[in-house]
Ligand binder design. Structure first.
Ligand SMILES: [Zn+2]
Length: 268
């Protein structure tokens, strides 16, 4: 496939770990390259209190372009202490963070005990309900428990996004039915990706794209440190699978990100 014309690309990177130490030396240049590649905005993920604090600073430095989230990743759920951490997350949300997360369940790596993961996830969904924010959810090999939390979220009026989604069609459909969004990363550009039907299952108005940088660089950059500018390649792959124009698809995913996260991007 020909590389996308990056000048005509339009997208919002709905999930970038710009707070990661991988970007400590050149975060400003990475943000500038994203703008040049057609990004309208970047959601900078706070997957820990420390990361969320850096994400908030990055948002302050890039008003109307970088937006922060605040949460605790399931890998770190063993260290989650609701009485200590929820007030910190609440303060970050009051300070402008647009979503709760990255939170969720990961029973593939089981880096934290499952019960601790469930408690941390449910606490963050409750915080999302309290603060009227969406949740950004990581789910892996935890389908039944993820469904249960999505059902609880639905009952309390919370929606969100299944980020970097590679799971079953059934879970995607369950989340879509609850009003959620589904986001795809550079994984869909890899040779081993075979589930194009999943890429077509998500309606135009519920589809998001993301870098998940610094991880998961899309082809042709696979193995390199990923960055938001390269989301254009993921948009092109999704558009090819769906048989639509990449510029229109990118614009639709940007509209969706603005709607879900309540973003108001503005030109530099
Ligand atoms: Zn992530």
């Amino acid at each position: 496939m020909a590389p996308p014309d990056e000048r005509s690309a339009v997208f919002i990177d709905s999930h970038a770990h710009l707070a990661d130490p991988a970007f400590a030396g050149d975060r400003g240049e990475v943000v500038a390259r994203a703008r040049a590649a057609g990004a309208l905005a970047i959601v900078c993920i706070g997957e820990s209190i420390d990361a969320a604090t850096i994400a908030a600073a990055c948002a302050t430095e890039n008003p109307g372009f970088v937006f922060a989230s605040a949460g605790v990743h399931p890998h770190d759920a063993a260290q989650f202490d609701a009485s200590r951490d929820i007030p910190k997350l609440r303060a970050l949300l009051a300070g402008g963070a647009v979503a709760v997360g990255e939170c969720g369940l990961d029973y593939h790596y089981d880096n934290s005990p499952r019960q601790a993961q469930r408690i941390a996830f449910s606490s963050q969904v409750a915080l999302a309900a309290e603060t009227s924010r969406p949740v950004i959810v990581h789910t892996r090999d935890a389908e039944d428990d993820t469904r249960a939390v999505i059902a609880d979220a639905r009952a309390s009026g919370v929606t969100g996004v299944l980020h970097c989604y590679t799971g079953t069609h059934a879970l995607a459909e369950f989340a879509l039915d609850a009003g959620w969004y589904v986001s795809f990363s550079g994984i869909v550009t890899f040779k081993k990706w075979t589930d194009d039907a999943l890429l077509r299952l998500v309606p135009d108005d519920r589809l998001l794209v993301e870098s998940d940088s610094p991880y998961l660089a899309p082809v042709p950059f696979r193995g390199k440190r990923n960055e938001p500018a390269w989301v254009a390649h993921t948009v092109a792959r999704l558009a090819a699978a769906r048989g639509v124009d990449p510029t229109e698809l990118g614009r639709a995913t940007a509209d969706n990100a603005e709607r879900l996260f309540g973003l108001a991007p503005r030109a530099a």
